[in-house]
Design a protein around this ligand. Structure first.
Ligand code: PLP
Length: 444
């Protein structure tokens, strides 16, 4: 029972160095968070030792009487966190992470080469929503299925629902996907469902990024209009790295109390569960499932609701503070936990600014902006507030952070003027910049 420090000081030192990095800087990556000590405790527990292929009371291994209870606890809490009726919705808690969860849904609902439509990656969608370029199928969701992405309206930056209607009427997908990774505005699920209904497609919503805000009641709930809802548990939901797949157990209840006639809402439970195990996965990660249960208990609290509200207020405040300093945001602001900052008007790229901020202990990520010429050198920076809100930051801190980011842009312009346009030269010049050292010192 020797500790990590005793057994492997080399790794222990790396863990410590990462802890210092996470706490010393400003964590603005929209998909990251600081999970609780209670969640760490479950992750690091004996639950990791157990094999439990199958589902509660139908396992392929003995000794699962406790694990069954862990899994059922996670399922009950997942439904409760989103206010779902267990007669109407079920949930699979075994997917290892968001990407396998999405592939499981596609495996469950589609035959190979069936058609799907999701938001294009440069428009803010996720890889697993069918990402492909003109000449290359990138994601398994485009390799195994035929994918046609829909996009945002370049003028407004908003999801182009007219295009969704038009493309889906022609392409006739069997699966339509709502949700994305860099979308600063809420979704019109009724509109997505109407488009899906016209071609009898399933509607899946991937709320991975903003599930915490849905749980907190800050953003619209996708459940009423979706057949399936997926989410990761480690982003705004503040849990361990894992995923949930919610599926309808019966069609929607209509205003007169009768059930909607919707064959798509029938038989989903068996299809989804089979796709996760045995089609795609083996033994569930029980330590993660236990940690999901704990995170969802926390997510159902009033404290978490207040957290979700603050995440959104912080994102709005950060966006407004950037705009007031003359910066450009896609859609001009945000309803969610993130802002998408278009740095092209400065003649800069997301890649350069990401590197400069990193050198100043501000962690962000470069992000494609619709219309970018190259995905390798995108024109945006994505900023999210879930992690810093977990550290107790509020609007006043966002104002100060906008000041740091603005200073970073001025420094970047100065460096670029001296080093030229090339990224390698720019990155080399960052290393010897006194202004970056001074910014880092102020940030820390
Ligand atoms: N779905 C969305 C919308 C995401 O943003 C992400 C991750 O960034 C995923 C799915 C994939 O999750 P994971 O990284 O856990 O595979």
């Amino acid at each position: 029972n020797a500790s990590l420090e005793e057994v492997d000081p080399e790794l222990a030192a790396l863990v410590e160095a990462e802890a210092v990095r996470q706490w010393r800087g400003l964590e603005l990556i929209a998909s990251e968070n600081f999970t609780s000590k209670a969640v760490f405790d479950s992750l690091g527990s004996c639950l990791t030792n157990k094999y439990s292929e199958g589902y509660p009371s139908k396992r392929y291994y003995g000794g699962n009487e406790v694990i069954d209870q862990v899994e059922e606890l996670a399922q009950a809490r997942a439904l409760a966190a989103f206010g779902l009726d267990p007669e109407e919705w079920g949930v699979n808690v075994q997917a290892y992470s968001g990407s396998p969860a999405n592939l499981a849904v596609q495996t469950a609902l589609l035959e190979p080469h069936d058609r799907l439509m999701g938001l294009d990656l440069p428009s803010g969608g996720h890889l697993t929503h069918g990402f492909r370029t003109v000449n290359k199928k990138i994601s398994a969701s485009a390799i195994y299925f035929e994918s046609l992405p829909y996009r945002i309206n370049p003028e407004t930056g908003l999801v182009n629902y007219d295009e969704v209607d038009e493309l889906s009427a022609n392409f006739m997908p069997k699966l339509l996907i709502a949700g994305g990774s860099a979308v600063p505005r809420d979704w019109d699920y009724a509109r997505m469902r109407a488009a899906a209904d016209k071609v009898k497609a399933y509607l899946m919503t991937d709320m991975a990024h903003y599930a915490g805000l849905v749980a907190a009641g800050v953003l619209a709930s996708p459940f009423e209009h979706s057949h399936v809802v997926t989410t990761t548990t480690h982003k705004s939901l503040r849990g361990p790295r894992a995923a949930l797949i919610f599926y309808r157990k019966r069609p929607r209840t209509l205003a007169d109390g009768s059930l909607e006639v919707d064959p798509r809402s029938v038989g989903l439970e068996a299809k989804i569960n089979f796709a996760v195990f045995p089609a795609l996965q083996g033994g569930p990660h029980n330590n993660a499932i236990g940690a999901v249960a704990t995170a969802l208990k926390q997510a159902a609290s009033d404290e978490f609701k207040a957290y979700g509200v603050q995440v959104q207020k912080n994102a709005s405040a950060l966006g407004a503070a950037l705009v007031s300093r003359g910066h450009t945001l896609v859609t001009g602001g945000t309803d969610t936990h993130l802002v998408l900052w278009d740095v092209r008007p400065h003649g800069l790229t997301g890649s350069k600014l990401e590197k400069l901020f990193e050198a100043a202990s501000i962690t962000t990520n470069k992000n494609s902006i619709y219309g970018d010429k190259s995905a390798v050198n995108p024109g945006g920076i994505r900023l999210g507030t879930p992690a810093l809100t977990s550290r107790g930051m509020t609007e006043v801190h966002m104002e100060a952070i906008a000041g740091f980011l603005d200073r970073g842009v001025a420094i970047a312009l100065d460096i670029q003027a001296k080093s030229g346009k090339k990224l390698v030269d720019f990155v080399a010049a960052i290393q010897s910049s006194d202004a970056v050292v001074a910014l880092k010192a102020d940030v820390e």
